[in-house]
Design a protein around this ligand. Structure first.
Ligand code: GRG
Length: 292
């Protein structure tokens, strides 16, 4: 097993243990709500955003105990966004993380509420984190709220653009908000928890911004090159929804070249950091080569 695989496995283990403590047991009243939350949350997502919190935070010297709560909270926000994104009023999807989407397994109202409560519990988890100072907790809540708001705005821009011919500039604006903001929040928050200085935070922000773009480019590629079975979500949706994507603008080969270029730029941003950032390089490589 590679170092990176070991790292991802460890992240998944400690984040899932923390999430299990933060989310009321499935039998808690109203049981249908907590069953729905657990159905979507413990369905085997990649836990990429939590891993980024832990990778950046650890590189800057923070202990896992200070990072794991925020890492879990960001996964809660991410899972809420997936549950709502799959609803009939949005992407109308039946498959997520290899199993039925929340509204298919339960019902639409329960899926809306499951997303809502995940969002609320995420902010409560950070506010109550006794391993962090009150000042850091407020900073993190602000960072996450700001990024989650950008994600929602990006989703609206994305819906508005469906079926329309949009410019590359508009496409980048959508992704910067919808996907990039939460990836940026993950990396920046790891650095904030570890007490990074302004210049370090700047480099982390630039790295995360490139990483977010890379994540979206590879997401677009996977949507057309990978099967539904491997992705655990419906493949080929972008084309059917007539969404503007990198491959629809550049074609597959040029999009792959673009991914290589953005990967190199992300890694370049790490060069000024005098910290053990090897794992951050490996994460960029993982996103470039990911298969799901
Ligand atoms: C509904 C408020 C609201 C926002 C929706 C997350 C999102 C915004 C939409 C999902 C659609 C999509 C394909 C977005 C682009 C990339 C993305 C966020 C993919 C899903 O994240 P992964 O691959 O999923 O990290 P796992 O399941 O591994 O956690």
């Amino acid at each position: 097993m590679s170092n990176l695989e070991k790292f991802f496995n460890r992240c998944t283990q400690i984040v899932d243990e923390e999430l299990d403590k933060l989310i009321p047991p499935a039998a808690t009243e109203p049981a249908r709500l907590y069953e729905a939350v657990r159905w979507s949350l413990f369905a085997g997502g990649k836990r990429f955003r939590p891993a980024l919190v832990l990778a950046v935070g650890t590189a800057f010297g923070a202990g896992e105990n200070k990072l794991v709560r925020f890492a879990s909270a960001i996964e809660m926000i991410h899972t809420y966004s997936l549950i709502h994104d799959d609803l009939p009023a949005m992407d109308d999807d039946r498959l997520r993380r290899g199993r039925a989407t929340c509204h298919i397994k339960f019902d639409e109202a329960t899926a809306i509420l499951a997303g809502d409560i995940l969002q609320t519990l995420a902010f409560q988890a950070i506010a109550d984190d006794q391993d962090l100072s009150e000042k850091v907790r407020v900073k993190l809540i602000s960072e996450l709220a700001n990024s989650a708001a950008k994600m929602v705005a990006g989703q609206q821009l994305d819906l508005d653009g469906e079926g329309k011919k949009i410019s590359l500039e508009d496409l980048e604006k959508i992704h910067h908000n919808k996907t990039g903001a939460m990836i940026s929040a993950a990396a920046r928050s790891g650095a904030i928890i570890a007490g990074a200085n302004e210049s370090e935070l700047n480099s982390v922000t630039n790295y995360a911004s490139k990483l977010g773009l890379l994540f979206q480019i590879t997401d677009d590629l996977l949507d057309i090159t990978q099967s539904t079975e491997v992705l655990g979500k419906t493949a080929g949706k972008d084309e059917r929804a007539e969404k503007a994507t990198y491959p629809s603008i550049y074609g597959i080969e040029e999009t792959r070249e673009l991914a290589e270029k953005v990967h190199a730029e992300a890694v370049e941003e790490l060069n000024d950091l005098e910290k053990p950032v090897e794992i951050l390089r490996e994460i960029a490589g993982f996103i470039l080569r990911r298969k799901s």
